[in-house]
Design a protein around this ligand. Structure first.
Ligand SMILES: *[C@@H]1O[C@H](CO)[C@@H](O)[C@H](O)[C@H]1NC(C)=O
Ligand SMILES: *[C@@H]1O[C@H](CO)[C@@H](O)[C@H](O)[C@H]1NC(C)=O
Ligand SMILES: *[C@@H]1O[C@H](CO)[C@@H](O)[C@H](O)[C@H]1NC(C)=O
Ligand SMILES: *[C@@H]1O[C@H](CO)[C@@H](O)[C@H](O)[C@H]1NC(C)=O
Ligand SMILES: *[C@@H]1O[C@H](CO)[C@@H](O)[C@H](O)[C@H]1NC(C)=O
Ligand SMILES: *[C@@H]1O[C@H](CO)[C@@H](O)[C@H](O)[C@H]1NC(C)=O
Ligand SMILES: *[C@@H]1O[C@H](CO)[C@@H](O)[C@H](O)[C@H]1NC(C)=O
Ligand SMILES: *[C@@H]1O[C@H](CO)[C@@H](O)[C@H](O)[C@H]1NC(C)=O
Ligand SMILES: *[C@@H]1O[C@H](CO)[C@@H](O)[C@H](O)[C@H]1NC(C)=O
Ligand SMILES: *[C@@H]1O[C@H](CO)[C@@H](O)[C@H](O)[C@H]1NC(C)=O
Length: 395
């Protein structure tokens, strides 16, 4: 049974077009529930700001074990023949993600959300997505992905869910808001207190800043280029604050940050990872060689990574401290050893900001317009109020 009892009263919205989707966490993956087809069938989808195509495995693929289910969670395949509103788009595609391959064909069908705000009537629209007859995502604890990047990179002629709703005029505003919740490992048989809000945002409830204007905003705009990902240019400095230790401070230009709910961790460019670890008093090579296992006691507010997102003339600062990155259970499974704070991204200049970054903020993804022609996208961060901070060690 999903429960809405944790939602503050502030969500009693009078706008039918602000859609609050409670977040379930399954083995550190954040998923939401949507109903698909006629009659509606519930599906769980991993929402991913790092990709754009919404897809779900098809029923035959699940049954034949071609889409092998090794996640430990049940899976429901999409059945076009069982839905009276299913329509083929006559497109096919194969998508290569960093973590797997998915192939299938484009479908149009009715998506339904059980309740909207405090209204009891369901909210429905026609959505394009990929019905997958092949997927190598065997450990994915969902039926597929819900892509929240931009339709400019969506496959099989599909349009992202949020852009479909915006362009159909069904949303109250051209943004979505994200609070990942206090429980970051597993919420068990129901949703946790995390919330994905489409067509609005709740910075007033979750963030210290309290208003849209007070969030730290960065523009996505790249001259002459369509927006594809929630990506900004960035610079960074790393160091230790208590000791006034400036000799290890690193500043770099020409880097990019991609904000990706589909990624778990924070990844940094390979060519600077050694330097970043050194600046916070750790030795990356020694960790890689298993000579050293990071101690959780070393994950304190004493060290930080300051990131400056957006326009280099007027960047917005976000500070990530060691305490925010404390994740016990590395290597030996013992609580005194913590996961190394940063992974290598494998791409020069690329910083990948996954859930471990995003869980510390209330994040607003704003298209700034309802049509691609007049998008002016930006991303805003607010510091979480104490009661909404993630519970350390639950990753
Ligand atoms: C998938 O795995 C879960 C857990 O092992 C199991 O309960 C379920 O029956 C499997 N198959 C499907 C189709 O969900
Ligand atoms: C797909 O092809 C069928 C049969 O040719 C056609 O009826 C249908 O309109 C096409 N669908 C789309 C979305 O173009
Ligand atoms: C929804 O909330 C508004 C404002 O609190 C209230 O006026 C309205 O009666 C509520 N509607 C339902 C269906 O509960
Ligand atoms: C999946 O569908 C595509 C396109 O219809 C087809 O080419 C491919 O062979 C199918 N793959 C499997 C494993 O059935
Ligand atoms: C995708 O849509 C465009 C127009 O919206 C159309 O011209 C194109 O043929 C479609 N592609 C496929 C593979 O159906
Ligand atoms: C995380 O969740 C998994 C699956 O429910 C569980 O086995 C594991 O013990 C949990 N880890 C922590 C640190 O709570
Ligand atoms: C760090 O520098 C500031 C200003 O330069 C100074 O006020 C502070 O006492 C210094 N802290 C330590 C621990 O040295
Ligand atoms: C880091 O660790 C490696 C391997 O353990 C060692 O060779 C190297 O000297 C260490 N670097 C520093 C700066 O201590
Ligand atoms: C926003 O920037 C200010 C400094 O300009 C900083 O003090 C504040 O912590 C930042 N907010 C977030 C969410 O990092
Ligand atoms: C956005 O662009 C569309 C055309 O793509 C136009 O019809 C619409 O009026 C524009 N909206 C605004 C607010 O500029």
């Amino acid at each position: 049974m999903r429960s809405r009892s944790l939602l503050p009263l502030a969500f009693a919205s009078t706008f039918a077009s602000v859609l609050d989707l409670p977040i379930w966490v399954r083995n550190t993956y954040s998923v939401v529930e949507v109903n698909v087809g006629s009659p509606p069938v519930p599906h769980f989808l991993l929402f991913d700001t790092g990709s754009a195509t919404t897809w779900m495995v098809d029923a035959e693929c699940v049954e034949s074990d071609t889409c092998h289910n090794g996640s430990g969670y049940p899976r429901t395949g999409y059945s076009a023949t069982a839905s009276s509103t299913s329509e083929p788009m006559n497109t096919t595609t194969s998508i290569d993600y960093l973590g797997g391959v998915t192939s299938g064909s484009g479908i149009l069908d009715v998506f339904t959300l059980p309740t909207v705000g405090n209204c009891s009537s369901p909210f429905s629209w026609t959505q394009s997505f990929l019905s997958a007859n092949q997927s190598s995502w065997t450990t994915l604890p969902s039926d597929g992905f819900l892509g929240l990047a931009f339709s400019s990179i969506a496959d099989a002629n599909t349009t992202t869910l949020v852009e479909t709703l915006m362009q159909d005029g069904l949303l109250d505003s051209t943004r979505f808001g994200l609070y990942l919740g206090t429980e970051t490992n597993d919420t068990g048989a129901g949703a946790g207190n995390g919330l994905l809000t489409l067509g609005g945002s709740h910075e007033d409830v979750y963030s210290v800043e309290g208003s849209l204007a007070a969030l730290n905003w960065s523009s996505l705009q790249v001259p002459g280029e369509d927006a594809q990902l929630w990506r900004t240019s960035m610079q960074y400095t790393v160091g230790k604050q208590a000791k006034n230790d400036t000799k290890h401070t690193v500043t770099a230009l020409g880097s990019w940050a991609v904000f990706d709910t589909g990624a778990g961790r924070i990844s940094v460019p390979d060519d600077v990872i050694e330097e970043i670890y050194a600046s916070i008093g750790m030795n990356w090579t020694a960790i890689l060689n298993h000579d050293v296992i990071p101690l959780c006691a070393d994950f304190t507010d004493d060290w930080y990574l300051d990131v400056f997102f957006g326009d280099s003339d007027n960047p917005t600062q976000v500070r990530i401290t060691g305490a925010m990155l404390k994740t016990p259970g590395f290597a030996t499974g013992e609580d005194k050893y913590c996961w190394p704070p940063f992974d290598p991204s494998g791409v020069s200049g690329l910083f990948l900001m996954g859930a471990q970054f995003l869980q510390n903020y209330y994040t607003v993804f704003d298209f700034g317009g309802s049509e691609p022609a007049n998008y002016s996208a930006r991303i805003g961060f607010g510091r979480l109020k104490d009661e909404y901070k993630p519970v350390v060690g639950s990753v």
